[in-house]
Design a protein around this ligand. Sequence first.
Ligand code: FES
Ligand code: FES
Length: 213
Amino acid sequence: MTTTQTRSPSVTSAIRLTVNDSEHEITLDNRTSLLDALRDHLGLTGSKKGCDHGQCGACTVLLDGRRVNACLVLAVAAQGRRITTIEGLAEGDGPEGLHPVQRAFVERDAFQCGYCTPGQICSAVGVIEEARAGWPSAVTPPGATPGHLDENEVRERMSGNLCRCGAYANIVPAVLDAAATATPGLETGSHETPVTTPSTIEPEKPAEPEENR
Ligand code: FES
Ligand code: FES
């Protein structure tokens, strides 16, 4: 007996997306993810596709100011909402126009390959706003003062964003720097990690010859 597989015909919708303050009208298969709509239909390739399963955070964008994994959101569901991608965070050209989180990532050298960086930065913008609004995380002690961000909080809140190259050590202080400088009313915990940019890294001393040991 042979089985014939039939595919249901795709159903499309004409939708209007507001991305980085610009309006776009596009017709999409209803099953298109927001990530694919941004990358493949609008040419906004800053948001990266890592796992396409909600596990890596590379695709993080802001939806009405709250972070989401764009690979898990249908584009049709984002209609009428304010979408901000990494391309929309800076407010002008040049280093001065960078968003405070972007600037902190540069100053702290908080990235290496850049694949996870757009998602890390969008996520950090969401994290700082969540903390400022007093939303607790899994590590917030019961009864803690709302609006506090420290290293533990940053690690927990950023745990959905994976980095394969080990830039985590600098990401945490970068997020705390941005939170401290750009968010009035948000109390930030101290962090002891010094700024380590390429210009401040001490060259390694050559190994001593064996006969001198
Ligand atoms: S690509 Fe969306 S979470 Fe990995
Ligand atoms: S800097 Fe994040 S994956 Fe490389």
